[in-house]
Ligand binder design. Sequence first.
Ligand SMILES: [Zn+2]
Ligand SMILES: [Zn+2]
Length: 128
Amino acid sequence: MTEKPHLTEIRRLPAARRARLTWSDGHTAEFDYDYLRGYCPCAGCQGHAVGPVVFQPPPAPVEPASIAPVGNYAISFAWTDGHATGIYRFDYLREICPCDGCRGAREEAGGEQESDTSGQVSEGREDS
Ligand SMILES: [Zn+2]
Ligand SMILES: [Zn+2]
């Protein structure tokens, strides 16, 4: 059983309005505050539909008023718009990771089909 990477650091970058997250496997990525807020996974934001979390752009820019650990598997943000019920699991944050590497990996996994390379037949002719 391999352990899932957990967050080891959350650093606020107020000037950029981002949070830099670092995982235990060394992965680092910067998340826009609005991006995180828009991907709030709570039922209030997402409804009770089963399925992938949908990005809900916040009506106004937000910032985290506070960030708190939840157990050893997630963090929660209290946003400046008063919303604070979202629990962001470490693996969920990794799923929505906006960095180029993760984006590319997701797109590759998203059903790009490999085309068959047709076998090459070489014809030889012998004149004797
Ligand atoms: Zn929410
Ligand atoms: Zn990433």
